[in-house]
Design a protein around this ligand. Sequence first.
Ligand code: SF4
Ligand code: SF4
Length: 350
Amino acid sequence: MLKINPEFVDGLEKFGAVDINACYNCGNCTAICPLSDGDNSFPRKMLRYSVLGLENKIEDSLDPWLCYYCGECSETCPREANPGELMMSLRRWLISKYDWTGLSGLFYSSVPALIIGFVLVAILMIGICFTKHFNTETIMDFGHHFEKYLILAVASLILIPNIIRMFWFTILKEKIKAPLVSYIKGIWELILHMFTQKNSLKCENNTFRWLEHLLIVFGYLLLLFTTVFLNWFSTENTFIIWFGYIVGGLVFIFTFDFILGRIKKNKEINKFSHPSDWLFVIWLFLLGFTGFIVRIFIDTDLISNNLWLYMIHLIVIAQWGILIVPFGKWPHFLYRSFAMYFKKLEEDSK
Ligand code: SF4
Ligand code: SF4
């Protein structure tokens, strides 16, 4: 049954939408969008659904995930209705629908809730350090295992269930029946999109931004691998130590550039920054930066007298892993890749 929510636009503003009621349905945005075509006609359709409050239609749609936020539609919109930012806010709203805990919706729409969450996680980590008598070696050993269990917990409790819920809303509930071979054939494309986000290259003048994102994704994954599996903070292996320095440096240099872009607001995509955008880039920067400094302190034998530094790094990791990875901007690349996979199933079922 079609459900109309007249309050939908007001609610969406908390997720970052701006001025969408200004839209007069001219269709310029869809015409200019390099990723929109006959089968996937957006962003105008999404604007219409939003203005009319057709919540179910949006919940069942994969279209918001096909947008890479190049900003071309917002630049050319004659009414300044910001269709690019609307697509971004719909992605946040969709995550709040997939998330069974309800925390994504809470953190996306309430800054005080976010601040409370960050403070509670910091207190929790300080409390754990207290139970370990502020012993550097024990705490560093805990930190190493903590990362592993956190990855497992976030993947199994939040990310995988959210993807299953997306599958339910868009494929099962819609009674889409694609042949089994489409499920199998699409897996390679799914992996390829996940790691390269290659569709964003269809956007005009986007090669440098795409390359920056690609280097950050690989830098981040390698940093995770180096700290979690190669035990970067405890190893004596020179190759691993230098490898960690390089990827840690890569992450904080590129994220610093992203932060500058959001401060300067000189591009369409940086004009509006939701709190979740800020948190994502700042915490990713802090992750690389604090990790880099901790390793320098280890190499110069200063860490045992400066445990506070490792504790800051541990708190940053915990806030990142408990709040930003499951409930913030981080999983967008994951959901987008699955959305493209499900979209292909939709097409193959016709
Ligand atoms: S968002 Fe702007 S460009 Fe798109 S249909 Fe509305 S008024 Fe036209
Ligand atoms: S931001 Fe770019 S990709 Fe997204 S809808 Fe607008 S033109 Fe299309």
